[in-house]
Design a protein around this ligand. Sequence first.
Ligand code: PEP
Ligand code: MN
Length: 339
Amino acid sequence: MKAQAGPADIQRVCQRIEALGFKAHIIPGEQRTAIGITGNSGPIDAAEFEDLPNVAEAIRVSKPYKLVSRETKPGNTIVSVNGVPVGGEKIVLCGGPCSVESRAQILESARAVKAGSGQLLRGGAYKPRTSPYSFQGLGEEGLRYLAEARDQTGLGIVTEAIDVETFDLVESYADCVQIGARNMQNFSLLRRAGRSRKPVLLKRGISATLEEFLMAAEYILSEGNYNVILCERGVRTFADHTRNTLDLSVVPAVQSLSHLPIIVDPSHGTGKRDKVLPMSLAAIASGASGLIVEMHPTPERALSDGYQSLDPVQFAELADECRAIAELLASRRRVTAEA
Ligand code: PEP
Ligand code: MN
């Protein structure tokens, strides 16, 4: 739509789409609103829309992922998580333990995230574990502790939903619902996330191609939830010096194909504490919109992923150095833009 298009113009286009038997998706943007069409099996005549008031253009999307595509919406999507914009000019830092282990542990973690200038708190109450005998999370008790941590610190909370059965509960506490790597192609869970009003953090599958990753996001958008944040968290390769191989080249690749923001998880992406800082700096330099980092008050006592968790001091150092890189790049770009 043209920048001056009002709600009545947008409604008129949606009505025309629905009259044709298709589904209309209003995707707001900073400057212009895009309206995606799904449900059509073949091409639609652009002339159906081009004559309507304040339609800028009708574009045929050539990609299999339509709503996620930059062809549908050229401007960047900014997703607000508890008031924190993800995908805007400033980088966002989300920190916290792999799992919520106790009230004291998550409250202490939240205070450390806040002190280290993080803006969002992470922590799983439902954990997808490789072994059925490993700690599976505290469930709703963990969600209650997260909510208390939010009340005390004001930090928005990011927490994982592992199945459709517990989605309602997780959604009712979370500010952003995480879909984990192992569930990236759990299509019923993706559809459920698409019917949620909460933003979704979608992690890349352990062996997902870029196209599979974007198609997974498309499932969520196709159900009407356009607030999706993508997350690169490493993929499985032959390399065994790390737990996963952090594929930072996917950051610019996503940004050229999609309007959705992408952040990086250097913790699962490397699996080793000493690799987290350098790869965080590289992620910010690559243009990622932020980081989700595992941090534990006492990593050596963590019930999951302690070997890749930072302590609070290391988290604060990471935040400092990442912001320095982000500010340096932003100021150099401002100078170039002014020149
Ligand atoms: C997590 O964030 O703790 C997690 C399990 O991540 P992933 O799904 O990327 O393995
Ligand atoms: Mn973890």
